[in-house]
Design a protein around this ligand. Sequence first.
Ligand code: BQF
Length: 293
Amino acid sequence: MQLLDGIAVSNQIKLELKNELIEWKAQGGKVPHLAAILVGNNPASEAYVGNKVKTCAELGFESTLLRFDTTITEFELLSEVEKLNLDDRVDGILVQLPLPSHISEDAVINAINPDKDVDGFHPISQGRMILGQPGFLPATPYGILLMLDHYQIDITGKHCVVVGRSNIVGKPMSVLLSRNANPGNATVTICHSKTADLKAYTLQADVLIAAIGRARFITEPMVKAGAIVIDVGINRVADTSKKSGFRLVGDVDFESVASKCSFITPVPKGVGPMTICGLMRNTLNAAKLKKVN
Ligand code: BQF
């Protein structure tokens, strides 16, 4: 069993991004600027946005964090997005999800200028992805592709089983794994909460992508010997031995599954750091592709 090390791979990609930025600036290019919107103070969301702002600083990108109280209306939030759309100093816009239930996530995502959609969640970005046109890929599936590519894991002709069908992970992941590209050319099965006899599918997986959002849901009897297991889950479980009072576990029961795999991503330090890399790659691309007047 080999660990797919999200820290090592993300460090290498961040170095590549730094060097690319030096070159871009030498050509007279402008420093990329990411604007992030955070509504409320959910501790997990705070941590995720913090990771993004910190990584921008590490890479020499500019970032702006706009914080709003949970009482902000959908109309007000849409007007904040519109301000960022019109702000020439801003290359990339992200709205940290989830949003409070009185705000439509779809409405907010749809309001982002697709040229600045560095999360790749806008219907235009997802449409381009499905059609194989250039555009921003959703950060987590993109990060997973970067990870497979780094380890030279060839998924051509392999059976990838994606468990989970969210718009931000499962759905785009299934498209990217099956497209005629590299990495790609896999045969893909999508499973979800209503799948009957889930184990019958996961046992057929050469590559198992777990994006369910339930702690340690995938257990040893559900995994084929020698499988490649990609764990997208980031679940907080109580742990009194930690000063935070919790620790992170994946959607895969790592302890029982790991020894059975050829490759597996740990949680933390697996897919999570790769998600940040996907976002940073998109942000540099957004700056480079910006139309100059
Ligand atoms: C790590 C996310 C669910 C819902 C909304 C590194 C991150 C997490 C873990 C991170 C995530 C998860 C993000 C680790 C961003 C990934 O070392 O294991 C980084 O910051 N993520 C998000 O922005 O929104 C989410 C998960």
